[in-house]
Write a new protein. Structure first.
Length: 318
């Protein structure tokens, strides 16, 4: 005589297993939804804050700007593919576009990760000075730009991107009515020029949002810092210290004029250059400036809703 199916509380075993599987899949789906919701809140999906991330990419610079209007701008890309991990932590999983990339100057620790960014993301525009680099990196970038149809715009002091010139406010960058991104340096045409020191060609940007001001200096040396002092009529809230805290930047005179509340140094742990230099650190300490360092503090996040900014260290949850 055939055996009847084994039952559990009056139900066939296969039915119980199916039900458990459905419940398990439902719980997994709910967990994924909660995780995405957390990430959405974390990266600013539901708020109108300005977010500026200074990523810990080792000995290099990579700064990611997310505006209240949803624009995304990457200022430098570090030296390698580390930038992809960082972007993946703060961008939504399905977001594969970046509005603009600013290459402050073509040193490998600022431009080295850009080819990886161009392979992973659709970049709308690249802003650069056109100065010639020392290696094959620029050629690799050019090939990818041509392949993906990315536009390159050369910029210098006061020169606004023509494709953004009539789009909203934001100093012609189309970033929103109360948010500005202004090019302070360099003040000369550097297209196809060779320089002994590419740091002298660094693009310097002033980002403003209401009462918040953030100065992004690339690797600008003291001479270039002095050139922009006339453009800074008021003190800034946050200074991204030039050239990883090198002694060739961040002079006492510059700090007296800029007078930041916060200073952020993007620098690699135990680097071969001795950055940041003790003299630079002392100049910052002597003025009571609160310092953050990527080698000690990890990734750093600046947020603002238009008033005084907040600066946090190690904010990434992943």
């Amino acid at each position: 005589m055939a055996r009847s199916p084994i039952k559990s509380r009056g139900r066939p075993l296969k039915s119980v297993k199916l039900r458990k599987k459905i419940i398990g899949l439902s719980l997994m789906a709910a967990a994924m939804v909660l995780a995405l919701a957390w990430q959405a809140v974390y990266v600013g999906w539901f708020d109108k804050e300005l977010k500026v991330w200074v990523f810990d990419v080792g000995q290099g610079d990579a700064i990611f700007i997310e505006t209240p209007e949803g624009k995304q701008i990457l200022v430098d890309a570090g030296s390698d593919g580390t930038i992809l991990t960082k972007l993946g932590e703060v961008m939504l999983p399905w977001d594969r576009t970046i509005d603009a990339v600013v290459v402050t100057h073509p040193h490998a620790d600022h431009e080295g990760g850009l080819p990886e960014v161009l392979r992973r993301y659709q970049v709308g525009i690249i802003y650069e000075t056109g100065v010639l680099g020392y290696d094959d990196l620029q050629e690799a970038v050019r090939e990818l730009v041509e392949e993906h149809g990315t536009e390159i715009i050369l910029t210098s002091e006061g020169v606004l991107p023509p494709s953004y010139a009539t789009y909203g406010g934001g100093q012609g960058w189309g970033l929103g009515e109360e948010l500005g991104l202004e090019v302070l340096a360099p003040d000369t045409n550097l297209q196809n020029k060779k320089l002994d020191n590419l740091n002298n060609a660094s693009i310097v940007l002033l980002l403003t949002y209401g009462d918040t001001s953030i100065l992004l200096t690339g690797d600008a040396p003291i001479d270039e810092e002095n050139q922009i002092l006339d453009d800074l009529s008021e003190q800034v809230d946050v200074l991204k210290v030039a050239h990883h805290g090198s002694v060739t930047s961040t002079s006492g005179n510059f700090l007296e004029t800029v007078s930041p509340r916060y200073a952020i140094i993007s620098v690699g742990a135990d680097n071969d250059y001795g950055h940041p230099h003790p003299a630079t650190l002392e100049r910052l300490r002597a003025r009571g400036i609160e310092m953050f360092r990527t080698d000690l503090d990890g990734d750093i996040l600046i947020t603002s809703i238009g008033g005084e900014p907040t600066v946090e260290s190690r904010p990434l949850p992943f």
